[in-house]
Design a protein around this ligand. Structure first.
Ligand code: SF4
Ligand code: SF4
Length: 188
């Protein structure tokens, strides 16, 4: 079993933990490990650490482990944990903030395919104001190197006219682009 020097971990990561508290508006230190978040999390089966354990790791200053976890990428921000927490901690917001920080630091090796999905999806919405399904499928298959993924589903849908070859832009595309520019500006 690995030994952890909590005092050293907290000292080493105190600036990060302060930034996390400020950006998320949440304080993991308030968690008293009742595990109600974990008990209600519908995505726990996909995670390497359940949400209550992520909270405990943050209390112990295990920042690298948290940022490199699969959990922050498979959390679906459903907020079940948030509504169940007796300490009123918005765990979903905390997960969101951790994901954004990991993204900006370029930490997503464990979740490479999810990173490809996020990027391709968001670029599609930015460029068309809506999801361009074939663009998403192509981007995902090329980005992950899994070229034949979901062709058994996509091809019949295409042949039945359920998905279009060309993208359709929404009318207010410029407004969507402005939102992206604004989000980028405040995220810098
Ligand atoms: S917001 Fe994330 S951690 Fe919370 S219950 Fe939903 S999937 Fe689980
Ligand atoms: S529900 Fe709240 S207090 Fe309970 S373990 Fe989860 S974060 Fe901590």
């Amino acid at each position: 079993m690995r030994e952890i020097n909590v005092t050293q971990s907290l000292d080493k990561n105190k600036d990060f933990l302060q930034k996390l508290r400020e950006e998320s508006g949440q304080n993991p230190g308030q968690c008293f490990q009742c595990m109600k978040c974990t008990g209600g999390c519908p995505f726990q089966f996909t995670m390497d650490y359940p949400p209550s354990q992520i909270m405990r790791m943050l209390q112990d200053g295990l920042v690298d482990e948290v940022l490199n976890s699969f959990t922050i990428w498979t959390c679906a921000t459903c907020a079940t944990c948030t509504t169940r927490c007796p300490r009123d901690i918005d765990i979903a917001k905390l997960m969101d903030t951790l994901r954004v920080i990991a993204y900006h630091k370029g930490i997503y090796s464990k979740a490479k395919n999810m990173h490809v999905f996020h990027t391709t999806f968001m670029n599609s919405v930015k460029n068309h104001g809506r999801l361009y399904e074939i663009g998403l499928a192509l981007g995902l298959n090329l980005g992950t190197g899994n070229l034949m993924q979901d062709t058994d589903v996509g091809l019949p849908m295409f042949l039945k006219g359920k998905i279009s070859v060309l993208p359709h832009n929404i009318k207010g595309l410029n407004e969507v682009k402005k939102l992206y520019d604004y989000a980028k500006k405040i995220g810098e």
